[in-house]
Write a protein that binds this ligand. Structure first.
Ligand SMILES: *Cc1c(COP(=O)(O)O)cnc(C)c1O
Length: 360
């Protein structure tokens, strides 16, 4: 069997080159005599790998030295609790934008730790767009203002980053980190699960401005305390050693694609191919509002649910897999993260046209 084009939302397709290198190095990494999985996390041989991965994140995202880069566990979902625990000790108030299911979940989790306000929401419209934001939507007393830059389930993306003035902006970038350049200095903290655009599941990336550290609520478990983790090089306990190595391999691949700036061009090309196919059809209906369209998750429907199911089934038979939409949206979702090649998207567009011809 050949490798398929995998449109899964996460865990998702990874660069073949990174997988091949990992396969080659599985039994023995360089001249160490052992697999990366077998190394002590405190050994010199492993720390070389760890430090190289951190340097790659800093290089690709142009992260200044006054920001900590942490390699944690517990997923973005763990950070839904860690964000308020680490930041909600000033006024005890925070603002959240409810732009999707993960954004909503983060807001509900934070309510356990302080006074959480929903600053804007598109929940009533099944999250088909990113709510418009102005500086007047920001509570100047809030300890932070929270957004989700790309809404994985609904296929929406912030076309611009809100200006929150002196209130630190916190972003869940799980599904579009490393896909387009962001000015990290505009954020107080960035959180991301690795399994979409960074590497395999089991690793969680946190990027935080160091002057926000040291404010954790006393109840904060030490493995969720960003300051303690920063002081200990993300090694208060055993980190996800192998996913960190794999993330490094994926980022080496990304660097060869021209880094984040280079892959952004490819991502725009891929998204345009799909949205053009949708916009030139009266058979398919894109579900996200045009001004909020994601470049990573393209969501659409056919005329009815039975045809959606037929689409997903026949696409899979052509080697285009995991296209079923999330149950909250239905229809079809094509996740086209960094590692999805243009050829995969072209194959999907060709299939869409053929399927339309046969079923319209
Ligand atoms: C996938 C995803 C999450 C959940 O990540 P976990 O690592 O599974 O906790 C949270 N937020 C967004 C935007 C996501 O895409």
């Amino acid at each position: 069997m050949e490798r398929v084009f995998n449109f899964a939302a996460g865990p998702s397709t990874m660069p073949q080159e990174a997988l091949q290198t990992a396969a080659n190095e599985m039994l023995m990494f360089e001249d160490t005599g052992m697999s990366v999985m077998e190394m002590s996390h405190r050994s010199k041989m492993y720390l070389n790998i760890f430090n190289e991965t951190e340097a790659l994140v800093r290089d690709l995202m142009h992260i200044p030295d006054d920001y900590a880069v942490l390699f944690l566990q517990g997923g973005a979902t763990g950070q839904f609790a860690a964000v308020p625990m680490n930041l909600l000790s000033g006024s005890g108030k925070a603002d959240y934008v409810d732009s999707g299911n993960f954004a909503h979940g983060a807001m509900v989790e934070a309510q356990k730790y302080g006074k959480i306000r929903c600053a804007a929401s598109s929940r009533e419209d099944n999250y088909t767009y990113i709510p418009a934001l102005t500086p007047a939507d920001v509570d100047p007393e809030a300890d932070y203002f929270y957004i989700t830059t790309n809404n994985t389930i609904f296929g929406t993306r912030y076309a611009s980053i809100p200006d929150t003035g002196d209130v630190p902006l916190v972003a869940d970038m799980s599904s579009n980190i490393l896909s387009e350049p962001y000015d990290v200095t505009r954020f107080g903290a960035i959180i991301a699960g690795a399994q979409k655009n960074i590497g395999p599941a089991g690793l969680t990336l946190v990027i935080v401005r160091r002057n926000l550290l040291g404010k954790a609520l006393p109840i904060t478990p030490k493995i969720m305390d960003w300051k303690k983790m920063d002081e200990n090089g993300s090694m208060l306990n055993t980190p996800s050693t192998y996913p960190i190595y794999m993330a490094g391999l994926c980022m080496k691949w990304l660097k060869k694609q021209g880094g984040v700036e280079g892959i952004e061009k490819v991502n725009i090309e891929k998204a345009n191919l799909l949205y053009d196919t949708l916009d030139n059809s009266s058979f398919y209906r894109p579900t996200a509002r045009k001004d909020s369209r994601s470049r990573m998750n393209v969501t659409f429907t056919t005329p009815d649910a039975d045809t959606d199911a037929k689409f997903v089934k026949e696409a899979a038979a052509c080697g285009l897999v995991n296209l079923k939409g999330h149950r909250l949206v239905g229809g079809i979702r094509a996740s086209i993260y960094n590692a999805m090649p243009v050829e995969g998207v072209k194959a999907l567009c060709a299939f869409m046209k053929k399927f339309e011809g046969e079923n319209a």
